[in-house]
Design a protein around this ligand. Structure first.
Ligand code: NAP
Length: 283
């Protein structure tokens, strides 16, 4: 590929960044269409977000994705903030035009698109969210905005769960106890694990999954490495439908790509193209 001054330049920033699948995924979309564009990973330490953003604008980047630890810092750095990103309290996508930065969040819409593909929708559903960190906070708000019948949040640190449901309609926090988890799981149509429990390279996993025994829910884990976590293995063995984090990752990436480039993508078609490639990449 020969680049020119007209090449659309995009990046993903984070620390660490080498594990990110985003450069592979975006690279494959660019390659598939033969587009004049590039997408690079850049390791940017926490505290350096604004320095990178200014450099990207000066270098005429079309935009960049942000992962840990930049999603919160960007809320105060961008010139314009999409109302959804403001509501979710995190920015994972920055679009740059004429030096002006606009912040978006495609994590929530990414998961919603992944759920729709499975025929599941938050509207009218009972939802159990495990975890109350950055992504959980955005998803709780998203589920609530999209008309979930009830959003129950269970988190190791109860105070964070309480804060995460603050202002979200029909959302409630519960202490992380076996009984609470089991009761919430029995009521839920969709369960989403937003903790890193069971993720490759992370210490710690669910010690007891019997809370799923009375559940009929679609069980989603935001983790995609390993491909099937202990949570998903247990759920599948009980006949529950499961979804790992790859679907969300792909859809949020596709939505970001459209925001950066203004190039229309057929999301379903691109998903079918990317899914096996990304899966093979993880082996
Ligand atoms: P975060 O802000 O650091 O939040 C982590 C959450 O997990 C907190 O609620 C934390 O509880 C809980 N937690 C951590 N260790 C725990 C343990 N040992 N036992 C019980 N709970 C524990 O992280 P995040 O950015 O929200 O990301 C959460 C997960 O989503 C990660 O696994 C990340 O890889 C994944 N993710 C996936 C995608 C995708 O596209 N598939 C996108 C974004 C994130 P406390 O509040 O008690 O600390």
């Amino acid at each position: 590929m020969i680049y020119t001054s007209r090449t659309k330049k995009m990046a993903v920033i984070g620390d660490p960044i080498d594990h990110s699948l985003s450069p592979f995924m975006h690279g494959k979309i660019i390659e598939e269409h033969g587009w004049d564009a590039l997408y690079i990973p850049v390791r940017v330490a926490g505290g350096e977000t604004s320095r990178f953003a200014e450099a990207a604008a000066a270098l005429d980047f079309a935009g960049f994705n942000a992962t840990m630890p930049h999603k919160l810092a960007l809320l105060d750095i961008v010139d314009d903030l999409d109302p959804a990103a403001a509501g979710y309290g995190a920015v994972n996508t920055v679009r740059i035009r004429d030096g002006r930065m606009a912040g978006y969040n495609t994590d929530v819409d990414g998961l919603m698109a992944a759920l729709r593909r499975r025929g599941a929708a938050p509207a009218g559903a009972g939802i159990l969210v495990i975890g109350a960190g950055g992504v959980a906070g955005a998803l709780i708000r998203g589920f609530s905005d999209q008309g979930a019948a009830a959003v129950t949040v269970v988190n190791r640190t109860f105070e964070k769960a309480r804060k995460a449901v603050d202002g979200a309609a029909r959302a409630a926090a519960l202490e992380w106890t076996d009984d609470n988890l089991a009761e919430a799981a029995a009521q839920a149509d969709i369960i989403v694990n937003c903790t890193p429990l069971g993720m490759t390279g992370v210490n710690g996993n669910f010690s007891d999954l019997s809370f799923l025994d009375r559940s009929h829910a679609l069980v989603c884990d935001l983790i995609y490495n390993p491909w099937q976590t202990k949570l998903l293995t247990y759920a599948a063995a009980r006949g529950l439908e499961t979804m790992n984090g790859m679907d969300m990752l792909i859809f949020q990436g596709l939505l970001s790509f459209q925001i950066f480039t203004d190039w229309e993508l057929d999301l379903r078609k691109e998903y079918e193209y990317l899914y096996p490639l990304c899966r093979a990449q993880l082996k």
